[in-house]
Unconditional design. Structure first.
Length: 290
């Protein structure tokens, strides 16, 4: 029996390592299997017939724990297409979610209202949603606004021109908008109005979810949501960004998974980039500070 379990764990380790192409999966199983084998070996001499049934139950429970506890924390941020050239397909929207919007936000000195749009997961029957001020244990609030920045876990934005009341959506893609900031200092100097976004736009770790375990990217648009443009390169994780009024530029740093191990670490390459905000095409240019 002991040998069978040992062989099972060896197979499990190899299967997970091959499937995920990630050494962390293997090390996770090795650590936990070592504990299991140690405990099993040392309990064999202590227990006899009466304890065997209980021992088998504990072994089964331990197997379940091993199967479910390894991998979630060690999953890489990027899992590349098997052929190395394919693209990650856009994640479909979850049909079990319902769409809601926060009250509109007006940024000083602009001619537009911004309606933050999010979705809330359906937990109960539709007839019970509006019987109180919340969805079950959740809240109707989906965004926050402070100092020219909107934050949250937003699915889209709708822009409304104040005078005409005409509206337009930012995008028809399935994305998550983590933050959007109005470049007020640039506006004060140039009278040009831009919005800069931190966005999750692809399920890069292929877990069927768009969340902070996926790559964060940088986008920019005009104040009305037009010219919505991605600035970071594909499979580049956004580190940070800043707008410098003195140069009328938007600077940003990103990191590339140079060794293609699915994680971002000290062995990967950091790119230093900027765009000239006076350039209507927003062409990304590299610079070398070091």
């Amino acid at each position: 029996m002991f040998t069978k379990y040992a062989n099972f764990f060896i197979w499990l380790y190899l299967e997970k390592k091959i499937k995920h192409k990630n050494k962390k999966f293997g090390s996770c199983y090795i650590r936990k299997v070592s504990v299991y084998l140690y405990a099993t070996f040392h309990t064999q001499d202590r227990y006899h017939t009466f304890e065997k049934n209980m021992k088998n139950i504990l072994i089964l429970a331990f197997l379940i724990i091993l199967m479910t506890s390894c991998g979630s924390d060690d999953k890489p941020k990027v899992i590349y297409p098997e052929d190395g050239i394919g693209e990650i397909q856009e994640l479909r929207k979850d049909s079990t979610l319902i769409e809601i919007a926060d009250l509109p936000i007006h940024i000083d000195s602009t001619k537009y209202l911004i309606h933050p749009i999010g979705e809330y997961k359906i937990y109960g029957s539709r007839g019970s949603y509006f019987s109180s001020s919340s969805y079950g244990s959740g809240s109707f609030s989906i965004s926050g606004y402070s100092r020219y920045e909107i934050s949250g876990n937003l699915y889209n934005l709708k822009f409304e021109e104040i005078e005409s009341e005409e509206t337009r959506l930012l995008t028809d893609k399935n994305i998550r908008i983590k933050s959007v900031r109005f470049l007020n200092e640039i506006f004060d100097k140039t009278k040009e109005q831009f919005l800069v976004y931190r966005i999750l736009d692809k399920d890069t770790n292929l877990d069927k979810k768009l969340n902070d375990n996926d790559i964060s990217t940088l986008y920019i648009s005009n104040i009305d949501g037009t010219a919505f443009t991605k600035l970071t390169a594909e499979f580049h994780e956004l580190i940070d960004w800043d707008a410098l009024v003195v140069k009328n530029r938007l600077y940003f740093r990103s990191i590339e998974d140079s060794n293609k191990n699915g994680d971002f670490d000290k062995d990967d390459k950091i790119s230093y980039q900027f765009i000239d905000l006076s350039d209507k095409e927003w062409k990304v240019k590299q610079y070398k500070p070091i």
